[in-house]
Design a protein around this ligand. Sequence first.
Ligand SMILES: Nc1ncnc2c1ncn2[C@@H]1O[C@H](COP(=O)(O)OP(=O)(O)OP(=O)(O)O)[C@@H](O)[C@H]1O
Length: 768
Amino acid sequence: QDASNIPTVKHSYQSDVVRLRKIVINSLYSNRDVFLRELISNANDALEKLRIVSLTEKEVWDGTSPLNVTIKAERDATGKGGRIIITDTGIGMSAEELATNLGTLAKSGTSDFLARVEGEEISANSNLIGAFGVGFYSSFLVADKVTVASVRPKSSNNPNPIQNVFSSTADESSFEIFPDPRGNTLGHGTEITLVLKADALDYVAPSNLMKLIHHHSSFSTAFPIYLWNEVEEEIPAEEGVREVDNDTPQDDAEAIIEDTMPAEAAPDPKKVLVGRWEHINSQPPLWTRDPKTVSDEEYHLLYQATFKDFREPLAWSHFTGDSGSGVSFRAIIYVPSYLDETFFSKPLESNSRDVKLLVKHVFITSDLGEYNLPKWASWVRVIIDAEDLPLNVSREMLQSSAFLKQIRGIVLRRLIQLFTRISEEDPEKFAEISKVYRTVLKLGATEDQKNRGKIAPLLRFDTNQRNATSLDDYIKNKKRGQKQIFYLADMGKPVSHLAGSVFVEKLDARGYEVLLLNEPLDEILVQTLRTWKGFKFQDIAKAGLDFGDDTEEDKDVMVELQEKYAPLLEWLKVEAQEVVRDVVLSHRLVTSPCAVVADNNGLTANIQKLISATNRGVEREDFMQTIMKKQKVLEVNPRSPLIEGLLHRIETIVGDDEEKDGNLEELREVASILVDSALVRSGFEVADSNKFLSRVDRVLRRSLGVSETAPTDDTVKPAPPVDPEVPDETFEDPEQKIFSTPDWLEDQGFKIEMEEIDDEGNVVHDEL
Ligand SMILES: Nc1ncnc2c1ncn2[C@@H]1O[C@H](COP(=O)(O)OP(=O)(O)OP(=O)(O)O)[C@@H](O)[C@H]1O
C-alpha cells in the first residue's frame, strides 16, 4: 500500500475521553510527574506483547534486534520550547488501533469512575489515579500537543506495514491520524513526542528525567531504558568529530554535539558536549537482590510499578526457593491493602490475575490456568522469577511444566507463613491485616482442607469478653474442666446483640468465654473444623452444653429440682407439643424463664435462617417446620420466679370443674405466650404471630381487669360520596408552578431543575 495516497483522517474523541482528559489536566497538576511513569509502563507492555507474540509468530521479531525504551529531551532552537520523545521497539499500533486505543476508553466502569471523580478533589487523593490509571492521557499534563508515531511489526499478513501518526492537542475534542511523512523509521514500535507546555520545560533536563525514572519507573520494566544525556568532556585537540549513531542506543554510543572552545586553542584538550545513550536501569531486578539490601520504599515502588496499585501494600515476603522439580526461583508475594469489592460479590470467580510468572527476569504469563490460586487466596500479588526454565517457553508449554503446578503450593505456604509470622511478632499489624482479610481467612480454613490446620490459628473472633480472639487464645482462657469451645452464631446480628442473648447470659455470668459469630460463613466454618486442639465446638444454642465442672452436689440439686418440676414439665410437654419435641430443666439460664434449644443434630435458628433465605417455597416451609419442630427442646429455668409461679398454679388448680376449666384455659394461654417468647428470644420465628399477639392482648386485658370478651367499639366513619368535580388548575399559586428542590434534598447536595413550559408545551425562557 502506498502511504502517500492515504489521506489524513480526523476523528472525534469519545466523550468519556474528553471528560477524563479534562479531569487529568485540571486535577492532577501537582501529580504531573506521573506522565513519564505511565508512558514507560505502556512501552513495557508493548515490548512484552511483541516478545510474547513472537513466540508463535516468528516473523514479527527476529530475536536479536533490541527491545528497549529510549527517552530523549531537547529544547528547540529558540530555547522557548522543548519536547520529550519516548520511543519503544514494541508491538506498535495500526491506524485503527491508534484511533481505538487512544481515542476511546475501553475499561468497564469508566463512566461511573468519571462521575465519582468529577465530584471529588482528585489531587488530594492520588490513589484514584492508581485505582484507575489515567495512562496515555497523563501526557497532556505536561504537553500542549502530543504526536504518536507507531508501526506494527512486519508479518506474513502485513509484509509492508505503514507507520502512522496520531496527533492531538490538549484542548481539542478531535485528533488526526495520517501516514508518517518520514516513512517507516521505527521498524516496529511507537514514538511519542510531547511538545511541552511552557511551564513544563524543566522536564527537558536529563537530570530531572533521570530522577523521575529512578523514582517511579526503575521497576516498571525489565527492558533497558536509555536516556539521552549530554555532558561536557575534554578530548585531545587532534581528535576530530566522532562518528556516532544517534538512533541506536548502545551503552558506549556517543556523539559530539558542539565545540565549546574556540579553534585557536588547538594545542590544549578540547571541551566538547558529548551526547550518549545512558542505560539507566541496568541494576539487577529487585527480587534478585538480598532482601537485607532492599528498603521498604523500594518494595513499595516495585509493587506500584508491577501491579499499578498506588496504595501501599500491607505486607510482603521476599524469598528464594527450589521447586523440588529442579527449578530454582526468587519471589515476592504482596498483601494488598484492600480486597477488591468483587471478591465477595462474585463468589465463583477465583481467577487470580496477579501472579506474574517470569523466567530469567522476563515476563511470561499471569495465567496459571487450571493451577490458579484457590478463591480464598486469589487476591495475593506475586512476582515469581524462575531461573532455569527454557527462556522461550510459551504458555502452552508452560501448562505442562511441573513448576507451574507447584506455584500454587509455594505461594500458599509462604502467604500463610507470612501471616503467621506477623501474627506472632507484630499483633498490631496483624490486626490491620485481619480487618481486611478476616473473612477471607475463614473462607480459607473452610475450603482449603490441606492448609486448614495452618490457617485456623490465624482466625480471629469477637467474644463476650474481648475482640479478635484466636482459637489458641481461647483455649488458654478456658476454665478448669472445660472441654468445649462455646460459640453462638446469629448471622447479620451485631456482636453486642449476640452478647445479650439468652444463651450467653449464664456463661457470661460465670466467666466463660463465648465466640460470637455473626458472619454467614461462621457456622459452616465451625462445623467444618469440628474441634480445635481436642476441644469440641459447642453451639450454646444447642443441647449438649457442658461446663465440665458439675459436682455431685450440683447433680443432687438437679435431681431434686427434676422431681419438683416434674408436674410442670409433663404439662408443658403436652401444651408445647406443636412447637418442641421435649421440655427439660435448663442449666444454661440465669434470668430468662425459658429458651428454645436445638437438638445436637438439629438446626439452630441461625441455620434455619440460612436455609429459609435460600428456600422460600411454602410447601417446603411446612415440611421444614415439621422437621425443625422435631429437633427443638424447650428448656425452663427452675430458678425463674415465673416458672415457679407456673408450677405452683399447675399444682393448685382447684374449684368446681367449670372454674377449673377457666383457670386451665388461662394457664394454657400463659404457657403458649411463654413458649412463643422463648422462640423469639432464642432467635426463632413464632409460627403464627397474629395468634401470639391476640393472646398477649387477652392476658393484658386480664391483668388490667378489663373484660376479655368486651368487643372493641368498631364503628367506623365512612368516607363521603364520590365527588365528580375536578378543579381546572392543579396549583392555585402561579409561584408554585415551577417545581423546586425540596430543602431536605438540597441539604444533601442535590438540585433538581425543571423547565417551565407554556400551554402549548414549549419551554418558557426568561427574557434577556
Ligand atoms: N507505547 C505503546 N505501544 C503500543 N500500544 C500502546 C502504547 N501506549 C498505549 N498503547 C495502547 O493504548 C491503550 C491505552 O493506553 P492507556 O495508557 O491509556 O491505558 P492502558 O495502558 O490500557 O491502561 P492503564 O494505563 O490503566 O494501564 C493501551 O491499552 C495499548 O493498547
